[in-house]
Write a protein that binds this ligand. Sequence first.
Ligand code: PRP
Length: 214
Amino acid sequence: MLTIALPKGRIAKETLMLFSQVFQERFLFNDRKLILQTKDFTFLLVRNQDVPTYVHYGAADLGVVGLDVLEEKDDIEIVRLLNLGIGKCKVVLGSECGKPINYLKPRIRIATKMTNITQHFFSKRAIAVDVIKLYGSIELAPLVNLADGIVDIVETGTTMKQNNLQIDEVIMESSAYLIANVNSFFAKKQRILHLQDSFAKIINTSINDSLQNR
Ligand code: PRP
């Protein structure tokens, strides 16, 4: 039996589709249920940022999580197995259009959910920053002078556009990775490597198909 933590939302659906392709079986959560039990797998639906925690403590053998979350929680020990190529997004530095961040100020203020990534980014440039932790609606912060800029996730770019914000810089590109608990990786190595291999084949096939259809 393998237990797999999936982040609620689109990534969970796309991952379950990958499982369906590999095992020729339908994997679907019932309504609001957070556990899906099948013959060989237990799937858990958890908050995106919590996936590494479930995997690190061994509550799940495997997990699917964005590279951005892994970079933010870089102190957690897990095994990165495979880039699944789904859930693509960017972590960006942004500011209000026509009101660029003034780097001449002794300290700038940046609002974000991703405090570690933000702190590292500005430390590397030796820019003094006050990082303001928010839990959502990050785009609002520069508009009401809570912050000079934001560090946030951009997927389609719609939220930033509709709130009159611009991308100043792309800090990192992200997509979802298959990760494993360190002990599970050794104890259940064969099954995990088989799964990794099957996923890699499907991903490569779909990449080749899309290249051929261009
Ligand atoms: C994320 C992110 C942006 C938005 C980007 O927020 O923080 O606000 O998605 O998506 P877009 O580029 O496609 O517009 P989320 O939807 O998780 O909500 P939150 O603000 O409550 O964190």
